[in-house]
Design a protein around this ligand. Structure first.
Ligand SMILES: NC(=O)C1=CN([C@@H]2O[C@H](COP(=O)(O)OP(=O)(O)OC[C@H]3O[C@@H](n4cnc5c(N)ncnc54)[C@H](O)[C@@H]3O)[C@@H](O)[C@H]2O)C=CC1
Ligand SMILES: C[N+](C)(C)CC(=O)CC(=O)[O-]
Length: 476
């Protein structure tokens, strides 16, 4: 049975949470009095469906069911997780928690998306304070992993542990703050940058576009992969962090920043920011900007996956935990079931020919894992090398499409392992490409061909014999 999440408030953030749960297979119920809520969530969901699956090398679970409820009581009844994302007003949030707690399961996690309130403030008028935690996400919630999980002494330890497990299983990174503080950690940092940026516009020193360039051409790139302290450690050179502090610490006392002052947000300043922002990005709709942002985020996080660093390491772990495709026992192997990521496409707007080599190579790895010739076998000094491939491109493949590769072993004798891979579009079964691949068994000490271990060969022969009995291949 599907797990159920209740989303209270389905705006920018509630919509992102709904998408995160749905795409991880949860059923989602939404309560939002805005008559436009279903349309808005639908649009966020379209973006999320386009983006999130591209992060992974295996398909996500089947999407859960989305429903909209007319009352909060129906929304939360029986839900395992309740995520509050109503506007940032303490009185409103407390009232919402009271209604939620009248109708929800006392064991359910109630997470608040609040950007600034402390859990003890939210728990103030609650019937069961122990149930309410802050789970502060980052926009877009369906792509960015960080969730600040902020708890107070009133929280139940078991519930907090469950909250951490659930967030992790959703591919999120719960950063647990056990000391509550206004605006948590990340928003304190963001607010400091935001404050300085407002001053720069207010004082006519920089435009919104120039400030954005100053971030994205430089330190923004550093932050995504090493954060602040690790970056500055390197900036201290061989002498390291201590030297960095000695050198730059005194600068904090110089008038480099406006520190805690905030410019008066007059109508004139607000208009100046809005006009500059229109000049910078007004040619794109919000949904187009979101697509651009999401594609960039996917490409960057996939690059971090390749390096196994920062958010990439987290996504690799989640990727490894996703269920692998299962084949019918008497059918071909299902060696790939995945979505084509945006960084696999080329200037013709379709999957680049080099990536077909990649997907069939990944399919071959799945075959090798299946016969026991995976990483352990390689570590023991044996492997298979590809010596020949014949590729055919039969139809265009585009970013965001889910594809499946079916593989048959067409020769499994001695050193030779020959595979026939077919890649099909999941939505309609269209055959997109085929690959005839010959691999030869090698000894990694000599880098020359040799016979496989008998147990490996026995598995190859058994699979080859089973695949011989399959219905002949069709050209459809
Ligand atoms: N927008 C952002 O970048 C981020 C916002 N947050 C936090 O998320 C929360 C929501 O913010 P946004 O999604 O940006 O606001 P939003 O204005 O986009 O959405 C709020 C939604 O709540 C609905 N709503 C109002 N009263 C309600 C009620 N009584 N019951 C159910 N729904 C109700 C509104 O109709 C609206 O759809 C806030 O606490 C905010 O601090 C957290 C992270 C980032
Ligand atoms: C502007 N904000 C304070 C609502 C931002 C956040 O809370 C997190 C984010 O997504 O930047």
């Amino acid at each position: 049975m599907s797990r159920v999440a209740a989303i209270i408030g389905g705006g920018v953030i509630g919509g992102g949470w709904a998408a995160r749960f749905l795409l991880n297979g949860w059923d989602v119920r939404v309560f939002d009095p805005d008559p436009q809520a279903a349309r808005k969530i639908g649009e966020v969901l379209d973006n999320a469906r386009h983006a999130l699956p591209m992060l992974y090398d295996v398909a996500l679970p089947d999407e859960g069911r989305l429903s909209f409820c007319p009352t909060m009581s129906e929304t939360v009844a029986g839900a395992e997780w309740i995520q509050e994302s109503v506007p940032e007003r303490l009185a409103l949030k407390r009232k919402v928690f009271q209604t939620i707690q009248e109708h929800c399961d006392p064991g359910a996690v109630i997470g608040s998306s609040t950007s600034g309130f402390k859990p003890s403030e939210l728990q103030g008028c609650a019937t069961r304070a122990e149930q309410i935690v802050v789970t502060h996400p980052f926009n877009p919630v369906y792509l960015l992993p960080l969730v600040e999980l902020v708890t107070s002494p009133a929280n139940d330890a078991g519930l907090v542990a469950r909250a951490q497990d659930t967030l992790t299983a959703l591919g999120l990174y719960p950063l647990h703050l056990t000391q509550e503080i206004d605006a948590h950690i990340a928003d304190r940092l963001l607010e400091a940058v935001w404050r300085e940026a407002l001053w720069l516009v207010h004082d006519g020193i920089a435009t919104t576009a120039e400030i954005d360039d100053a971030i994205r051409m430089g330190f923004g790139l550093r932050w995504a992969q090493m954060g602040l302290f690790e970056t500055y450690r390197i900036a201290g050179g061989e002498a390291g962090m201590k030297h960095f502090i000695d050198q730059f610490g005194p600068a904090l006392a110089w008038p480099w920043t406006k520190l805690m002052d905030v410019p008066d947000m007059t109508d004139a300043l607000a208009q100046r920011i809005a006009d500059q922002s229109d000049a910078q990005s007004g040619h794109l709709s919000i949904r187009q900007l979101e697509r651009k942002r999401d594609n960039n985020l996917i490409a960057m996080m996939r690059a971090l996956r390749q390096q196994g660093n920062a958010a990439g390491r987290l996504i690799n772990t989640h990727n490894a935990q996703l269920p692998r495709p299962a084949a019918a026992p008497d059918g071909p192997l299902i060696t790939q079931d995945r979505v084509i990521p945006v960084d696999w496409t080329d200037r013709n707007g379709h999957m680049n020919e080099g990536r077909y080599g990649q997907i069939f190579s990944d399919a071959a790895d799945a075959v090798l894992d299946r016969i026991g010739a995976g990483p352990d076998y390689i570590a023991a000094g044996h492997s298979y090398f590809t010596v020949e491939t014949g590729l055919r491109f039969l139809a265009e493949t585009h970013a965001g499409e889910r594809v499946e590769v079916q593989t048959r072993i067409t020769q499994g004798t001695g050193k030779k392992l020959r595979c026939w891979h077919e890649m099909r579009r999941k939505a309609d079964g269209t055959r997109l490409a085929t690959c005839d691949q010959l691999m030869i068994h090698v000894g990694l000490d000599t880098r020359r061909s040799c016979d496989p271990r008998p147990d490996i060969l026995a598995k190859v022969e058994a699979l080859a014999a089973a695949h011989q009995r399959l219905a002949p291949l069709t050209s459809g």
